[in-house]
Ligand binder design. Structure first.
Ligand code: NIG
Ligand code: FE
Length: 394
C-alpha cells in the first residue's frame, strides 16, 4: 500500500473536534494511505512514508465540497446577464432557453461542458461536486443528463421539476405526472437525490410535495430549491420531508428559521436539514444576499455552494463564494470556510468528506498563503497551489 506524507503545514484546517470550529493545528503533517487520511499530528512526529510533499509552511484545508451545481447544459446566457446588469430582473424564465439548447446538443457536447466545468472547479480546490439535471425536462434528455453527470460525480440529482417546459405550459398536472412516472423511472438509476424548484413561476408546494414523495419512494434523498426569489412554503416543506438541504434560503420568515433550527440533532452536531446558501446567484442577479448570520445565530447548519449554471450563477469558484459570504452575508472567514467544506459535506450527508481526520477521504487543498483567512482577504486571487483528491496529487 503506497503512502504519502503532506508535511511542514503551517496551518492545517481539520474541521475536527477542537477548541475552535475549524480544528486548526499548526506545524502539522497529514499521512495518507491510498485514498484515506490515516494520521494527523505534529510535523516533528510524522511517520515515514513512500512519498513526501513539503508544503513549506503553507495552509492546508479539506477540499471544497460544492453541494449544488447544474453542469449539464448547452449554450450560455451572457446576453441575459448583460440585460440584468442594465436593469432587467431575474425571473428564472431563461431556464427554458437553456432547455432548448440542451435538447439540441449531442452527448459529446454535454459531456465536454461537464468535464470543462468540473476541471475548472478542481483547479479552484473543489474535490466533490454535486451535479443536477434539469435542462432536459423530457424523459430522454433528463435520463441522458444524469447518465453524463454520473460519469463525473457520485452525487447526482434529478431535477426534472426545474420548471414546467413550454409544451406542458397549460397542463402542469400532466407534467407532474410525467416527472413522477416515466421520467423518475428513467432517471433514478443514475441519481442519488431528487430536487424541485419550489417557487412562484416554477412548482407550487403541492406539486413539489408530490414529486419529492415519489422520489423518496424510489430511494432518492430529498433536497430543494426554496425561497430564492421571494418568501414561500419551500423551506418548511423541506423540513417536513426531512430534506438533507434546502438551497438558496434568501427570503426567510422567522417561522422558516425556527423550522430549520428545530431539526437540530440531539448530539449538538447542527441541524439535519442544512441551509445551503448560494451567493453567486445573488451576485449574478444583483439581488439582496441571504442573511447567513441570522441562520447561524439560530443554530442552523449552513453550507456554501456555487449554484454553477449558465443563468443565475455562472461561477465554479468556491473561493469566490467564500469571499462573498464574508463580505456580504455577515459570516466570519472561519464560518465561511467551514460552510464550504464540512457544511457542504453535511448537505450531502457525507461524514467522510469536508474533514481531515483519520478515516476521512484524502481530499486536501494546499494554499499559496499562510492561512485560510486569505481566501476572503485576497478575493479573486488564484490561491490554490495544489489539490490532492482521493489521495492523488492532481
Ligand atoms: O439555482 N433556481 C433555479 N435554478 C437555478 C437557475 C437556473 C437558470 O437560471 O438557468 C438556480 O438559480
Ligand atoms: Fe440551483
Amino acid at each position: 500500500m503506497s503512502s504519502l506524507l503532506v508535511d511542514n503545514i503551517g496551518e492545517l484546517v481539520t474541521n475536527g473536534v477542537g477548541a475552535d470550529p475549524l480544528g486548526i493545528r499548526r506545524r502539522a503533517a497529514v499521512l495518507v494511505e491510498e485514498d484515506r487520511v490515516v494520521w494527523v499530528g505534529p510535523s516533528a512526529y510524522a511517520p515515514a512514508a513512500d512519498h513526501r510533499i513539503d508544503v513549506g509552511g503553507a495552509a492546508v484545508l479539506p477540499g471544497f465540497v460544492d453541494s449544488h451545481a447544474h453542469l449539464v447544459f448547452a449554450g450560455d446566457r451572457a446576453a441575459e446577464f448583460a440585460a440584468r446588469m442594465a436593469g432587467e430582473p431575474y425571473t428564472g424564465g431563461g431556464i427554458r432557453t437553456t432547455v432548448g439548447a440542451t435538447r439540441a446538443a449531442t452527448d459529446g457536447e454535454l459531456r465536454a461542458t461537464v468535464r470543462r466545468l468540473r476541471g475548472e472547479a478542481l483547479r479552484q480546490g473543489t474535490t466533490t461536486m454535486e451535479i443536477k439535471s434539469g435542462y432536459g425536462l423530457n424523459v430522454a434528455d433528463e435520463a441522458r443528463s444524469l447518465r453524463i453527470a454520473a460519469e463525473t460525480s457520485s452525487e447526482t440529482t434529478f431535477l426534472g421539476a426545474h420548471v414546467v417546459p413550454a409544451e406542458y405550459a397549460d397542463r402542469p398536472d400532466d407534467y407532474v405526472g410525467l416527472v413522477c412516472g416515466p421520467m423518475l423511472a428513467a432517471a433514478a438509476p443514475h441519481a442519488k437525490w431528487i430536487d424541485v424548484f419550489c417557487e412562484r413561476g416554477a412548482f407550487d408546494v403541492d406539486h413539489a410535495r408530490a414529486i419529492l414523495a415519489c422520489g423518496q419512494a424510489a430511494g432518492l434523498g430529498v433536497r430543494l430549491h426554496a425561497n430564492q426569489l421571494g418568501p414561500g412554503p419551500g423551506v418548511q416543506l423541506g423540513v417536513e420531508l426531512g430534506a438533507a438541504s434546502v438551497d438558496h434560503c434568501t427570503h426567510l420568515s422567522d417561522a422558516d428559521v425556527d423550522a430549520l433550527a428545530g431539526t437540530a440533532h440531539t448530539d449538538g452536531f447542527g441541524t439535519t436539514t442544512v441551509a445551503t446558501l448560494l451567493p453567486g446567484a445573488e451576485f449574478s442577479t444583483r439581488s439582496p444576499y441571504p442573511d447567513a448570520r441570522r441562520l447561524l445565530d439560530a443554530g442552523v447548519t449552513v453550507a456554501l455552494a456555487t449554484d454553477c449554471n449558465p443563468g443565475s450563477s455562472y461561477t465554479s469558484s468556491m473561493p469566490f463564494c467564500i469571499a462573498l459570504a464574508v463580505r456580504e452575508m455577515r459570516m466570519t472567514p472561519a464560518e465561511a470556510v467551514w460552510a464550504a467544506t464540512a457544511g457542504g459535506a453535511r448537505a450531502l450527508r457525507r461524514d467522510d468528506l469536508g474533514v481531515l481526520t483519520p478515516g476521512a477521504r484524502a481530499d486536501l487543498v494546499v494554499l499559496d498563503a499562510p492561512s485560510y483567512l486569505h481566501l476572503a482577504y485576497r478575493p479573486g486571487v488564484p490561491l490554490i497551489r495544489q489539490v490532492i483528491r482521493n489521495g492523488v496529487p492532481q
